[in-house]
Design a protein around this ligand. Structure first.
Ligand SMILES: Nc1ncnc2c1ncn2[C@@H]1O[C@H](COP(=O)(O)OP(=O)(O)OP(=O)(O)O)[C@@H](O)[C@H]1O
Length: 242
């Protein structure tokens, strides 16, 4: 089953073309990493999937429906811009988010899964950066989503927290979810994802399996990535000149 379908999607902002003809299909159970330099269009793509912004042209379908609307209760998200109620306790935040979803999981189970049980009675403001990220994951998981959209979810995490994080995320895939996540970490992309999509200047410049990438050494991997991005920006420059 196709969980996400993007067809020739363009998104223009005043003075910026954030996405420029993106085609992407994601099937149920896939873990797809989205890589790309700053400003490539990753966050814009995720905002389209969540229905937070509309495409300038092209179509986006999530679980066969237009994003936003009623399908929103079948999608869990972690966004970089997420604001949190700082004076509320961790347990209360997760419980309140769960109330918005028809199939919500038990709050304490979700706190246990995200290693937040010991922090449950603390206020959000007292959490460390990594704990905050885990709370965002708990908020994304509590609705038992079929699609998880995670924008740089492990950016603030240490090695052990990352491992716990991905163990939990994988468990949700085992339960039938699909994951689309952005990262700047090539090693994370190639170890966690089944598939790696590279975005540069609003276009998909590579869509490959993680296995294909892991045949390269780490330095080779960085070279491959930088070469793809450089090729894409020289193509754009040539296009601008004509
Ligand atoms: N609300 C907005 N108004 C104007 N321009 C925007 C807006 N949102 C994004 N852009 C522009 O669209 C392009 C893509 O931005 P986007 O945030 O999607 O990139 P990104 O790949 O997520 O980058 P990063 O890795 O830095 O998070 C950039 O040129 C950005 O400046």
């Amino acid at each position: 089953m196709t969980v996400l379908e993007m067809r020739d999607v363009r998104k223009d902002y005043p003075g910026a073309r954030a996405l420029d003809g993106v085609d992407l299909d994601v099937e149920r159970g896939e873990i797809v990493a989205v890589l790309g330099p700053n400003g490539a269009g990753k966050t814009t793509a995720f905002e389209l999937v969540l229905g937070l912004v509309r495409p300038t042209s092209g179509t986006v379908r999530v679980l066969g429906e237009r994003p936003g609307g009623r399908v929103r209760t079948r999608v869990g998200a972690m966004l970089q811009s997420a604001g949190l109620p700082e004076q509320t306790t961790v347990r209360e935040v997760v419980r309140l988010v769960g109330r918005a979803y028809p199939q919500a999981l038990d709050t304490d189970d979700v706190l246990a899964r995200t290693a937040l049980t010991k922090r449950a009675s603390r206020t959000v403001t007292s959490l460390s950066g990594g704990e905050r990220q885990r709370l965002l994951l708990a908020m994304a998981l509590v609705g038992a989503p079929e699609l998880l959209v995670l924008d740089e979810p492990t950016a603030a995490m240490d090695v052990a927290s990352r491992r716990t994080f991905w163990d939990q995320a994988r468990a949700s895939v085992h339960d039938g979810a699909t994951i689309l996540f952005a990262t700047h970490d090539l090693a994370e992309a190639s170890t966690v994802a089944d598939r790696v999509v590279v975005v540069a200047d609003g276009r998909i410049v590579a869509d490959t399996t993680a296995d294909a990438l892991t045949h390269h050494g780490r330095e080779d991997l960085e070279e491959v990535f930088l070469a793809l991005v450089a090729e894409s920006s020289s193509a754009v420059d040539e296009g601008d000149d004509s």
